[in-house]
Design a protein around this ligand. Structure first.
Ligand code: CP3
Length: 399
């Protein structure tokens, strides 16, 4: 594959995020302390989010660059997390190429119809995924606005590679910016919604189609892979410093089905960012070329962790069901891990939560590097002051 060098203004190329705690962890290096961010850190747990969203539908908010950028930045300002995650949704690229989809509050993505058979898949895949490139202006603009503020007002989280200081340096290190993580839905998770026409518990329609009509299934997976891949690429080109592929519902699959019917499509989605590189200087002062780090996460994927790593990623995200030291054995030596505090514990008394955070950090020590996160998204009822306290604890205890 021919390589593409990111523009000199990109935060990775400009050296603003390439030595941040997050990006270093994603390439397997430890820093002054353990980086932390939360899946769904932007959203209903924040009163400033609920205020801003009044009267605006979810997908309209995602496609308003000013609003999407502001929502992305809210948890970074409030919690001092080590990364922003771009405020968007896995169905945004579908919406942008004209698929009839909305997000119903409390329910999730709902489509105008289900795409559960060959005729449905043929109808859906008539649209060329390359159309996303012309339609993704609001995404690129929102990312650009976001990194402009991250570069300007958040010089933190960067650790000089020659520094041996063990001080926890939130806000005190110089020259760096907080990285933005771009994301996309993996082909299976998108297919789980598309085949059903909306949310489901066991994703039966997708699992049936996979076996009932292998040709239609492959067409659906190829198409969603390209769409998600282009969505991810647009975010990275516009300034995201890492990319996360969410295969939230892959845990519904057997290992064999995952490897045969799903993993190749996830690899294809990631191929849209694998060629993106930047030039940097390593700790010894030698010029090196690096790729944009990629994270892969799913829920209930304990049986699949090795195969999910095998898709070709830098870091594996682990849900709360498998302790990190066990996950480390499943993904193999040398793979950084992200996770995996049970979100339910955010509502527990502080001493219980604190012990659980320390336990996650302790188990994460077996990996070459660890990015602290939850085992799934922040519950909407979460007290945001608890999240801020968890960030402080991770930065202090993870040093
Ligand atoms: O802070 C972040 O993590 C970034 C934003 C983000 C959203 N969706 C915003 C959102 C991310 C990374 C996603 C990805 C996403 N969307 C996934 C994969 C991650 C996961 O949670 O497993 C999935 C499965 C979806 C589909 C989806 N969209 C669901 C299940 C829901 C929740 C429905 C509900 O109301 O409970 C959504 C809507 C959604 N996406 C919200 C947010 C903040 C809630 C919308 C609201 O505020 O009304």
């Amino acid at each position: 594959m021919s390589r593409v060098i990111l523009s000199p203004q990109h935060p990775l190329s400009a050296g603003l995020t390439s030595d941040s705690r997050l990006v270093r962890a994603y390439r397997g290096e430890r820093s002054d302390t353990t980086p932390v961010w939360f899946m769904r850190q932007a959203g209903r747990s924040l009163p400033e989010y609920r205020d801003l969203r009044v009267g605006t539908r979810m997908l309209d908010a995602c496609l308003d660059p000013e609003m999407a950028s502001e929502i992305t930045l809210q948890p970074v300002r409030r919690h001092k997390v080590d990364a922003g995650i771009f405020f968007s949704d896995i169905v945004v690229p579908l919406k942008l190429v004209g698929v009839d989809v909305e997000i119903q509050p409390g329910r999730g993505p709902v489509f105008g119809r289900a795409y559960a058979d060959a005729a449905g898949v043929a109808e859906l895949t008539k649209v060329d995924p390359a159309r996303l490139d012309e339609a993704s202006g609001p995404i690129s603009e929102a990312v650009a606005r976001t990194i402009a503020e991250l570069n300007e007002t958040a010089p933190r989280g960067r650790v000089s590679t020659s520094s041996t200081s063990s001080g926890v340096s939130t806000g005190s290190t110089t020259g760096g910016a907080t990285p933005l993580i771009g994301f996309a839905g993996a082909p299976f998770t998108l297919a789980a919604y598309l085949a059903e026409g909306g949310p489901s518990k066991d994703h039966l329609a997708a699992r049936t189609l996979m076996h009932a009509d292998a040709g239609a299934w492959r067409a659906l997976m190829d198409w969603t892979a390209e769409l998600s891949g282009r969505f991810l690429r647009a975010q990275v080109l516009a300034g995201a410093s890492a990319a996360q592929l969410f295969d939230s519902w892959a845990g519904a699959l057997s290992l064999e089905d995952y490897e045969r019917h799903v993993a190749p499509a996830s690899a294809k989605a990631l191929s849209f960012v694998h060629d993106l590189e930047y030039e940097a200087t390593d700790a010894a002062g030698t010029a090196v070329t690096r790729h944009v780090p990629v994270v892969h996460f799913g829920v209930g994927t304990g049986e699949l962790l090795g195969a999910m790593e095998g898709v070709g990623v830098d870091t594996v995200g682990v849900d709360y069901r498998v302790p990190l030291d066990v996950a480390a054995q499943r993904v193999g030596a040398g793979v950084p891990l992200q996770g995996n505090l049970d979100p339910a514990l955010l509502a527990a008394p502080w001493h219980v939560l604190e012990a659980a955070v320390r336990e996650v950090l302790r188990r994460g020590e077996v990996a070459p590097a660890h990015v602290f996160n939850l085992g799934h998204g922040v519950p909407p009822e979460t007290d945001p002051t608890v999240l801020t306290r968890v960030v402080e604890l991770v930065h202090e205890a993870g040093a």
